[in-house]
Design a protein around this ligand. Structure first.
Ligand SMILES: Cc1cc2nc3c(=O)[nH]c(=O)nc-3n(C[C@H](O)[C@H](O)[C@H](O)COP(=O)(O)O)c2cc1C
Length: 354
């Protein structure tokens, strides 16, 4: 067994109650440092991952690698995801990031953005399994930590699905994450979990299932239906930052009690980590972006979403003063009491109308 294999065997495992490894998905634009740190304040997942770090063909690696900071989500380890199309540079970048303490480096083979795919990186790699293999091999050779790859199911269709999986596996990666939508699908149609099950029957390395896990029940269903080895969650964690803790607790036969204090800490950590030089308007917009996901958590919140998001706020503190009570009222209110809390004359409505 080589080193990456050994490390992946130790990393992709079940806890004492049978809960598999849980990973926070990379999410460019949403899952930034502030969000990842806020998520780490709640915890429950085994590893975070940076948003993709683009490695252009003229990259100056010694400067670019500084975008990766290992201890951002301490005590939860944080992997780096890199995206590019030049095998040599991608190997160099992997080496430089490993030297900065990364526990794992992931190759992005899924980004659907046309500015990215136009340059042959991200999901474009799914059109050329040989290049995908060459890049992943170069990264694997450059480092002794696990290299992994995150794939969509194809570019325009799934005709190269098997070839891509095998090309990635043969490079020596430690495990593979599958987000079963094509580039052309974007985020529209439901993730095809049947393709995760198919990938599981093709691959010998561990497989991480990803896509549309929004609830604890979804997590259990994905594991049962696909037999994948670990789970990765993105949007479901923005909507419900406690989802990992809830999944872990479900395996232990307990129920995770989320607290108002942990929601406060989540947002305090989040705003403390937005760099000071960022203008107030942008800071509020970043908060609105996260809140816009959380206001999808249930019907009552959804009904309040547009009012909250279109509101005018002086600064981020005012936004939180008006928004957190709404989130708390709904997220922490017994569902039997919701009508009382949300009735036309309720305090919640008054908060909104201020
Ligand atoms: C806003 C956003 C940004 C994303 N950025 C990345 C990225 O940087 N790298 C990546 O591999 N996937 C990225 N993804 C895809 C997610 O990691 C994940 O595969 C996808 O959202 C499906 O999982 P989910 O249903 O749990 O969100 C992004 C998704 C979203 C919604």
């Amino acid at each position: 067994m080589n080193l990456p294999e050994k490390l992946s065997k130790n990393f992709i495992r079940k806890d004492a109650h049978g809960c598999p490894t849980l990973l926070l998905a990379p999410m460019e634009g949403v899952g930034d440092r502030a969000f990842r740190r806020a998520m780490a304040s709640i915890g429950g997942f085994d590893q975070a991952c940076t948003e993709f770090i683009r490695v252009p063909t003229n990259a100056h690696i010694p400067s670019l690698c500084k975008e990766y900071v290992a201890n951002e989500t301490h005590p939860i380890p944080q992997a780096a995801q890199i995206m590019g199309s030049d095998p040599h540079l991608m190997g160099e970048m992997a080496r430089a990031i490993a030297a900065r303490g990364a526990p794992r480096i992931d190759l992005n083979c899924g980004c659907p953005s046309n500015t990215v795919t136009g340059r042959g990186a991200g999901s474009s790699l799914l059109k050329t399994p040989e290049l995908l293999n060459e890049i992943a091999s170069s990264m694997v050779k450059a480092v002794s930590i696990p290299v992994t790859a995150k794939l969509r199911s194809g570019y325009t269709d799934i005709s190269l699905f098997r070839e891509n999986l095998l090309a990635a596996q043969e490079s020596g990666i430690a495990f593979l994450t599958l987000h079963p939508r094509t580039k052309v699908d974007g985020y529209g149609p439901p993730a095809r979990w049947d393709l995760i099950a198919e990938a599981k029957s093709i691959l010998t390395i561990p497989l991480v299932g990803n896509g549309d896990i929004l609830t604890v029940a979804d997590a259990h269903r994905m594991l049962e239906q696909t037999k994948c080895d670990a789970l990765m969650i993105g949007r479901g964690a923005v909507i419900n930052p406690w989802i990992f803790q809830e999944i872990k607790a479900s395996f232990a036969g307990t129920v995770y009690e989320k607290t108002e204090k942990s929601l406060d800490l989540f947002y305090q950590t989040f705003i403390a980590d937005i760099p000071e030089e960022i203008p107030v308007r942008t800071r509020i917009n970043k908060l609105k972006q996260i809140a816009s996901f959380q206001f999808r958590a249930n019907e009552e919140l959804l009904a309040l979403r547009s009012t909250v998001l279109t509101g005018a706020y002086q600064n981020e503190h005012e936004f939180l003063e008006r928004t957190l009570p709404l989130l708390k009222k709904v997220l922490f209110t017994d569902s039997n009491r919701r009508r009382e809390v949300f009735g036309e004359d309720s305090e919640t409505r008054q908060l909104l109308n201020r």
